[in-house]
Ligand binder design. Structure first.
Ligand code: SF4
Length: 155
């Protein structure tokens, strides 16, 4: 069962979008030098369609995107929540997923997301805004992954 610790409206995690970023706990990735160790604990409130509907009701006029920060322990659940957001807002709100995995799980479909960040956090290489990063940020268009990582490293 997915749980989240907190959320906030952010402007840099997804370029050109105003994003409600939801920090999901129970991260299984155990990256050395983890920048958010509190997300490795299985704590926080349950995240499901009902909770998302409440958040959308509150923020839908202020945001253009919802981003799941984590959730690698239950990728199908993330995909389902992403589907719910797009369907319940008639595709007016986009969705993004910040995963720490190297690739999208085989049983997840690109079509259910607008943006995906892939790649584990490697301390020496840095995050998306580091020129040496191993991570990639993709825009999903027509079922294809378009690498937009340079939007982060150019800043
Ligand atoms: S994916 Fe992120 S939250 Fe999870 S262990 Fe790695 S750095 Fe920490």
């Amino acid at each position: 069962m997915l749980r989240f610790v907190n959320y906030s409206v952010v402007f840099q995690e997804v370029p050109d979008e105003v994003t409600l970023a939801i920090n999901i706990s129970g991260c299984p990735n155990k990256c050395k030098g983890c920048h958010s160790p509190y997300l490795m604990e299985n704590t926080g409130d349950i995240l499901n369609n009902e909770v998302l509907a409440g958040l959308l009701n509150r923020y839908k006029h202020a945001i253009t995107c919802v981003c799941f920060m984590g959730g690698d322990s239950e990728p199908k659940a993330i995909e389902g929540l992403s589907f719910f957001i797009r369907e319940s807002t008639d595709n007016q709100i986009k969705t993004a997923w910040y995963s720490g995995k190297q690739r999208l799980p085989e049983n997840c479909s690109l079509e259910n997301f607008d943006y995906i960040k892939l790649g584990s956090y490697i301390e020496e290489l840095g995050g998306l805004d580091s020129p040496s990063t191993n991570q990639h940020f993709y825009k999903i268009k027509d079922g294809r992954m378009i690498d937009k990582t340079e939007l982060f490293t150019k800043k």
